[in-house]
Design a binder for this molecule. Sequence first.
Ligand code: ADP
Ligand code: ZN
Length: 364
Amino acid sequence: MNKIKVNLDKRSSHSYDIFIGQNILDRIALLIAKSSHAANYTIISDGTVSSLYGETVMSALRKTGCPVDLIEFPPGETSKTMETALSLIEQLADRGVDRTSCLIALGGGVTGDMVGFIASVYMRSIPYIQVPTTLLAQVDSSIGGKTGIDLFNGKNLVGTFCQPQAVYIDLQFLATLPDVEFTNGLAEIIKYGVIDDPDLLSTIESELSFIRDRNIDNLATIVAHSCKIKKGIVEIDERDMGVRRILNFGHTIGHALESASGYTISHGNAVSVGMIAAARVSEKLNHLPASERQRIEDIIQRVGLLDRIPATLKTGDIVSRMKHDKKKAGNAVHFVLLKKIGVPFINGIVDEGIIRETIEELRQ
Ligand code: ADP
Ligand code: ZN
């Protein structure tokens, strides 16, 4: 089992470990029992993950002698609402969960964001643990303490920063993950390679067929590599005030595409076209060499992620949604651009004409 420590400023948060391994549920249960000192545990999971893994995780924890309970909610982003949060919170109160308890988020990013949020507000905050089961959650959303709930007006508009007690990643969960969800997670791993480490990109390029087959050794390499990159960025900028914004590479246009499509384009696909757009803008502004831009486009195509903007989406709509993204500060849209692969920078002022031209170019 691989252990990666997330070192945070003691004045604001506690540091914690990310554990990565295969078939480690029994060991995870022992580690949880040994390190968290909670009087009892409540696993919160969506219906799909709960029916696949709920019993197994519960019985592993029970074997250690810990009282454990499980609460379910319906799967999917549409559940990431205040109504679901309130219903879960009321169930916690009914079951007598209190500040001596610990919540366990067993599931993908939706579950992690939801449980993190509940843990941060229930009884003025109780501890929680992340057990991510999607590739996206394992490499991205379970690390860094961002919690969130969607409003009608947009995704993650309500949320907190609240770090988990620990993150336990069992790669075995990925065996049952549908292909589309797996590919979604690969988009974020490509992003890490592009913004931080050309070697990670080379690994994806050379080992893609093994990765697609979900070969555990290959997955272990890219998941651990991604977790290290994410934790390194979170350590420097826990609250997303500066360098953490580079994690938004591909997300400025990506988020706009997701919402312009009414969320019919998945996050991974939207971010992929967004990364291609950001690479093209970087090239147009004479920062990024054409060969490096091409390398990014090639890997996105090979993985089978979206590389073109659907013809039905209007340029004006995409641009205006981009300007309304919550991540903009004042009037400047924060665009993450590249000097080369592994060297991103944040550019507050990108001429709207270049953005429009790039969107038109990428239209199917
Ligand atoms: P994400 O992790 O991409 O943010 P979700 O939390 O909504 O998104 O998870 C995506 C979908 O995958 C959900 O329908 C969820 O129930 C399902 N899921 C999560 N983990 C697994 C798994 N290990 N095996 C099968 N399905 C899973
Ligand atoms: Zn993302």
